[in-house]
Design a protein around this ligand. Structure first.
Ligand SMILES: NC(=O)c1ccc[n+]([C@@H]2O[C@H](COP(=O)([O-])OP(=O)(O)OC[C@H]3O[C@@H](n4cnc5c(N)ncnc54)[C@H](OP(=O)(O)O)[C@@H]3O)[C@@H](O)[C@H]2O)c1
Length: 313
């Protein structure tokens, strides 16, 4: 089978397409024939070596976290799936391995694919959808009539975060570049601010939650946008930010929280229900696995709106 691996940290030039044997499964695992894999900023942070502490430095390593596909084989101790089921799932963020014809995964990291979406759309759901759910429901605990600012609202997580925050009854301000102004309004944002025309710092409104998906807005900068007991959410976990948040949260009304993505059966099921209920999934570009370097180069340079996916034959 085809698989994308790398033998040293670096840019997209380290990614290689190789032939490998189809892996065998253990009794608590599923073998899945992959149909599509999403392109995540986390991928290039890991193969770029930015996350060595978590990924380790042994090679070769694999790429690709979330996928859609069809169950090919089930381990004897699995109970929830049968061969032929169309599914979505995700692998360990730091180990990857979804960019391959087949993946082996525990069934707790898999859910049935909603029938109303394509395999390409389905591949775009797990990492960014679970991140959005975790941010809106757990970290920011967004509820009715809250004012929520989402900075970077047209990216993978942002598209879902805007829609989920609206579902929870919040009033949403989406910060986007010009290309996303109309789109963010279509997903339900009450106010849309174009960061290329107006600095976020001049907004006069104060928010219950400030969610930074751009990695450009620090907690220190965000404070002036926050109500006295508001929450700021960052997507950049590091020992320093985690320690800083812990200490800040002991003494300050304005809380700082950091996303550390967790995959749960409940989260995946909540996500598939949202998709069945009409959650809009926005695809940017679609690539063949033979063009994997191009897919990551273009995504890293900055892209359109939503998520790019890599499709397997
Ligand atoms: N900690 C975790 O467990 C975890 C899990 C998943 C993801 N992440 C991280 O979360 C971040 C967001 O993920 P994603 O998939 O949504 O990334 P993405 O698709 O690249 O989206 C990032 C967004 O930021 C916007 N942006 C860039 N510069 C901006 C600025 N100055 N002001 C406002 N917005 C700006 C971009 O919009 P334009 O294109 O219009 O500039 C884009 O929409 C990434 O850094 C990712 O690595 C962390």
């Amino acid at each position: 089978m085809k698989k994308v691996i790398y033998k040293q940290f670096g840019d997209e030039s380290v990614l290689e397409l190789v032939d490998q044997a189809i892996p065998s499964i253990q009794k608590d695992q599923l073998l899945i024939r992959v149909k599509a894999v999403s392109v995540n900023p986390l991928d290039w942070k890991v193969y770029g070596g930015e996350m060595k502490l978590m990924s380790g430095s042994g090679f070769p390593k694999s790429v690709g976290i979330d996928f859609s596909g069809i169950v090919e084989q089930t381990g004897s101790a699995t109970t929830r799936f049968t061969p032929g089921n169309a599914v979505i799932g995700l692998l360990d963020v730091f180990k990857g391995g979804a960019l391959a014809d087949y993946v082996v995964v525990k069934e707790s990291n898999v859910a049935l694919k909603p029938a109303n979406i394509s395999f390409e759309q389905a591949a775009a759901l797990p990492v960014t959808g679970l991140s959005a759910l975790q941010i809106i429901d757990q970290l920011a605990a967004v509820g009715p009539n809250q004012d929520v600012l989402i900075n970077g609202a047209t990216g993978g997580i942002g598209v879902f975060a805007v829609q989920i925050a609206k579902k929870r009854g919040a009033s949403v301000t989406a910060v986007v570049s010009t290309k996303g102004v109309d789109e963010a309004a279509k997903w339900g944002a009450d106010t849309v601010s174009d960061y290329t025309k107006q600095s976020i710092n001049v907004l006069s409104q104060r928010f219950d939650a400030v969610i930074d998906l751009s990695t450009k807005l620090s907690f220190t900068e965000a404070k002036s946008l926050m109500k006295p007991s508001a929450v700021y959410v960052s997507t950049l976990p590091s020992p320093l930010t985690l320690a800083y948040s812990f200490i800040n949260n002991l003494f300050s009304g304005r809380k700082s929280k950091v996303l550390i993505l967790k995959s749960t059966v409940e989260g995946l099921n909540a996500l598939t229900h949202l998709a069945e209920d009409g959650l809009q999934i926005v695809l940017d570009k679609s690539y063949s696995i033979n063009n994997v370097r191009e897919a990551y180069q273009e995504a890293r340079r900055g892209k359109g709106i939503g998520k790019s996916v890599i499709v397997l034959d």
